[in-house]
Design a protein around this ligand. Sequence first.
Ligand SMILES: Nc1nc2c(c(=O)[nH]1)N[C@H]1C(S)=C(S)[C@@H](COP(=O)(O)O)O[C@H]1N2
Ligand SMILES: [Mo]
Length: 528
Amino acid sequence: MKKLGLRTKGPETMAALAGVVSAAVVLAVAELIGAFFTARATPVFALGSTFIDFTPSWMKDFAIATFGTNDKAALFVGMGVTIALLACVLGVVAYKKWALGVLGVLFMGAVIVAAVLTRAGVGPADAIPSVLGTIAGLIVLRRLMVPLWRMKAWPEAPADVAADADRQVGGAGTSRRRFFAAAGITAVAAGIAATGGRLLGAARNNIAQARNALTLPAPVKAAPPVPAGVQSPVAGVTSWLTPNNEFYRIDTALSVPEINVEDWVLRVHGMVEKEITLTFQDLLDADLIESHVTLTCVSNPVGGKLAGNAKWLGMPIREVLAMAKPKEGADMVLSTSIDGFSASTPLEVLQDDRDAMLAIGMNGEPLPIEHGYPVRMVVPGLYGFVSATKWVVDLEVTRFADSKAYWTERGWSERGPIKTMARVDVPGSFAKLKAGKVAVGGTAWAQTRGITKVEVQIDDGDWVEATLSTEASTITWRQWSYEWDATPGMHYVKARATDSTGEVQTDKRADPVPDGASGWQSVAVTVE
Ligand SMILES: Nc1nc2c(c(=O)[nH]1)N[C@H]1C(S)=C(S)[C@@H](COP(=O)(O)O)O[C@H]1N2
Ligand SMILES: [Mo]
């Protein structure tokens, strides 16, 4: 025990601590200085985002499955532990061989700068906070090392330190006290700097306030009124219109991009006759349309909740493209967000009459920040990963043969038409029911084709037609209900949909990768 106590206070351990304090200084200084410039690419978030980009898909899926919506918190904890361990090693290295320690710190600094600079929408100036942070970290590391070197005549300590007469005067005890005082004060200062940076960034960039103050223009073409009877009469079926705060959210953004409408510009370029840029004011001045569209995520498992239906307000992308005039041979538009996500959408889909839009409004409000404020794409009929770019800032007219989108590079499909799907909302999995009349209900979608039939099967019985709720349009989901005369025992309730082409939803089970899950949902229930 005593031995251990001595060892934990040994110079090596103190050097490791010095490494951790110095790393905290690097990040805190960069965070504080970064707040004065921009909140776009501070080192912590840049490192985290880079980490996400390099994470293999299976690990991402694992993180989402294990930590759910805490996956990002888990990432930061993991990153913090990794950085702390590396910093410990660097501290010890610097103590034993200063020059090698300096090299190590510079290498880490270079990694941070690279992480920042590879974020989309950043310029060379965005590297300044990380460079200054690294310099500050080196200075602190050096200052913390001096008392350690003085604790004993370390043969390889730098000449000026070894020769210092002060070493003999105070002795090891003084050096130790000095070290802990300096390390403590520095750690507190780093904490204050980091907090200050965060607060300053928040105050400078109060996007939420700007969003609240924004009033949206009325559309030139309003959404057709929602007919009565779109909602399934069965209690517990998802609301036909999904409220913004219940709308599923899927993206790779660690910190939600914060964009000032004054700064927002959309560049339309590539294979076009005329390159154009649009400002937010251009969008406000355009002939806006409004439309109910059901968005669906390709990662949605059979029976999953990653789909939502909202009323979107925006400018038809068709009209934006008409101004830019795509050239012969182009077949794709690569849309890119301010944080580097990209989606490949077939050009003709953006030009036909399905009302693909640059949306600025969602259910009568400006887009919520996490749903793409101030501008996102909404394209009826395609999964979000190839169409629904949030925080969109760039449209490149190109060819599938020439460019790949974010998820296509990671093993997903380059195209993503939405597959026909029926979902059972009620009863829930493993529900305990009373024998007799049981209400069954849910929703179904086949965007752009429309749902013409939903059938229900109990165990291995016949497929029986459910009652369809009113169809609002072919690009929104359609709800359904069914009355089941339940008998005691354990049962399976299945559902399948048919679209307007007459095609019955396939029973072939497929995973979400690469182009969307398929198969029939089967809900197990017990009837007493
Ligand atoms: N910038 C950005 N836009 C994005 C994504 C993203 O990761 N980053 N994810 C896409 C995916 S996979 C889906 S399903 C939809 C989800 O939109 P929502 O979060 O508004 O529901 O956004 C799309 N747009
Ligand atoms: Mo998605």
